[in-house]
Design a binder for this molecule. Sequence first.
Ligand code: 6LW
Length: 539
Amino acid sequence: MKQKLFFISFLLTLFFPTICKAQETFRNPIVSGFHPDPSICRVGDDFYLVTSSFEWYPGIPVFHSRDLMHWEQIGHVLDRPSQLAMKEGLRPSQGLWAPTIRHHEGIYYVVCTAQGAGGNFYVTAESPYGPWSEPVFLKDAPGIDPSLFFDDDGTCWYCGSINETPKEDRYPCEDRIYIQQLDVKEGRLIGPRAIVCTGHAVNAPYAEAPHVYKIDGKYMLMIAEGGTWGNHAVTVFKSDSIMGPYVAGIANPVLTHRHLGNDVDITTIGHADLVQTKDGRWWSVMLGVRPLQGYTMLGRETFITPVEFQHGWPVFNPGIGRVLAEEHVTGLASCPFDVLPDKDEFDEPELRLCWNFLRTPFSRWHEIKDGRLILDLRKESVADLANPSLIARRIEHFDFRASTIMEFAPKREGEESGLIMMQNEKNNYRLVLRRTDGKNNIALIKTDKGTTTVVAEMPWKGRKACLMVEARGLEYQFAVGQDESEKILLGAVQDASLLSSNHAGGFIGPYIGMYATSNGQDSRNHVSFLSFTYSGDSF
Ligand code: 6LW
């Protein structure tokens, strides 16, 4: 299917070169759903972007664009268990934090923190499509949010944030940005380490997300401050030497939405990275939240805004000073890509790139065969901090419909399979076919802050079921049928805010997908998913 779409789009570009055509505005976010901590680089006419993926596997999605507006996922940086060991017990919101992508002399570098899974590391590749190398862990690199900067002489500089300052030491300054040389041949930090910044104000908390650039012969350090939620901000500093001293820009913070209050369409703007187009214009990507009645329903997403250097300092969205939901394009021709059909019929040998596992799957418990995704029922459940038989994708829209057609015959008490919507092990909805008291039922089960209740349950005959959910903002309506045309509502309208980051806590965003478990029992049973459809109403 993918090859076919690619071929059609190739033919179209041959015969209709205007497919890359001018447009006046485009919509933010550029990558919707849980995609925080973006980092970007350009190679020729191509832009590449990576975001954090935390405990979800494969790790670090890679996106490609030629116009900065349309981003297509082309792979993952860490897609082999040998590269990323997110083991049982890894807590939600641990895992991969804040990658940086850079390109130098034909090699792509991604540097990142694997929280609870080895610390700071980097990988390299000759192509952003992969394969990426095994990770090189930097044992002597403390903290989080690593970044790389290649100076004109080829020297590679590592920049990071030392966090976890004890509470009693937190005022006036806490987290510290440091720079040290990285020997990329040896894979280790060398030479002296300089603490270069603690934020632009004496009481600036959470100095993090650093990136270094060289602008007109000076080193510019750009960082995030204020923490990743409402007080998030971007600040800049300059120095004549890479190791400092860095002097804060007088216009700091150069970008924030903290002064706009909670009642705006986009909040928490921060954690930015810069890129320059071929014709010399600057753009910045950053994370932000689109609150829905105060709830972070889609996690932190990736936004973009133009930047202009005035008197050597960056001005974000000149004349406007904030990130807009609708941005004006500045000289970039629109290059959309072909979007896959909403319905995934598992007709390719590999899973689509949108599908993720929870933590690293060290054994193979799924199979794609004859247009079916088959999952083994295993003891692990979503309530465990494990790698359950669960394959899910990000929820990327406030309003969407999702359904999955499943064939499953529960044989023993406790066996269940179906649709799952989750933020973490303590906050989720499951619409499953299960066996209880010797009978097969469809049950809607809610886990809210760790407390599980059965919302609704009905007897079910046969092994086939279509499990459905319709989301309208803060409301979910679940339904079941023999196929997509039958719709028996199950339970009343449910509260979607249970899956929000405010309610569930943590840094991640909500997922929806397919799930199977025998709830601690031995089982040789399987479930077949024939299709999974997700269609969202854009913006
Ligand atoms: C990220 C850091 C942050 O590493 O959240 O609050 C972390 N700030 O920049 C996870 O996204």
